[in-house]
Design a protein around this ligand. Sequence first.
Ligand code: FAD
Length: 395
Amino acid sequence: MRFTFNAEQEAFRREVVAFLEKEIPALDIELDKYEMAGGSSREFSRKLAEKKWIGLTWPKEYGGSERGYVDKMILSEQLIRHRAPTGYHFAAERQIGPAIIKFGAQWQKDYFLPRFINAEDNITFCLLFSEPDAGSDLAAIKTTAIPEGDHYVINGQKVWSSGAHSSDYGWLLARTNPDPTVPGHIACSEFILDLKTPGITIRPILNIMGEHHFNEVFFDTVRIDKKYLVGRENEGFKQIVAQLDYERAGIERLMQNHLVYERLKSYLREGEFADEDPGLVYWIKDAFARLETELTIGRLLCYQTAWMIDHRKQISSQAALCKALCSQYEHRLNDVATRLLGASSLMMGEENPYAPWEGLVAQSYLHSPSYTLQGGAVEILKNIVAQRGLKLPRA
Ligand SMILES: Cc1cc2nc3c(=O)[nH]c(=O)nc-3n(C[C@H](O)[C@H](O)[C@H](O)COP(=O)(O)OP(=O)(O)OC[C@H]3O[C@@H](n4cnc5c(N)ncnc54)[C@H](O)[C@@H]3O)c2cc1C
């Protein structure tokens, strides 16, 4: 593995930075400071599409550029650093497209992939996996999709479905074998679900910030044509495990709060705390040095994982390690910022004159419990590292 970019990669990084520095200020939207991506803009997604930077790693036959995952990581890192509004095509590109390429039927490839690559209308997807009694233990889902003639009939409930209220489609995991004695990991299938199909009810769940991000999604005798099955019946769980590796290997987890890191760094550089109690000054320096170390290691781990994908190596344990480390770094980043700013760090509101850094720390602190849960809880990731990586026996 190289620890620096080669000449082409460095040239690509510069090209991306130049593009973002020109295009983002020209957008007619206010970027979201608190979201992982700086919000959603179809206009911006289309500009990326014109550069052929959506589907960068996809095979040419599906409209992609067949570039390596290290290039993709370079692009992702810069998009996040610049708070680029990638929300419009994010899910379609990150996991739906690759899953369709790997497991999808020909009509699914023909219909969806060109639309994703070109950031066309109606390409937003949400993930319909978790249920009230099935999160970490995803194989325990109870939602069923029972074959009936040319259709599947879906009944059940999902929860924590991010963005379901503003998505066109759901990527659904449901039991296709209703026999409760058959273990879930050989009884589930994946489906593409048009969220306008009759029988679907989407209800909001407000998060701790009072924001509408999550939803509950209910299915009451929802009939879908069999052509919406993705891959093979009862093999959905195996398919999802591979998809999650790619989700966990992303640099998003490390950098979704990078603005807090940047504000913290410039605060420390300005040296306003230099006259404080020496014990506090020592604590601040020590805490920031640790953060800097973890950020550097996390970034290298992400790039190493991308390199491993390019070299067709097995990434399951590495991707879990990556996400476990990166999401815990995010926790500590917020913790350090909160302790440093003291009670005022709890003040919220961009317009609030008493809220330091426009309330950024309070916002990110309230979001932070979710970092070690979304995409797989940290304990589950550690189990994967122990079992698949270190080959330790199951506890
Ligand atoms: C911001 C955010 C966005 C999300 N978006 C989506 C989405 O779009 N679609 C979707 O389907 N889901 C989504 N989720 C749900 C997410 O996938 C689940 O929260 C996650 O899988 C954990 O499941 P759970 O919440 O049921 O917790 P549980 O599985 O009940 O876990 C609770 C705690 O117990 C621990 N635990 C559980 N099992 C074990 C074990 N075997 N060993 C050790 N410890 C264990 C966990 O680590 C955790 O700390 C989202 C979650 C968050 C926070």
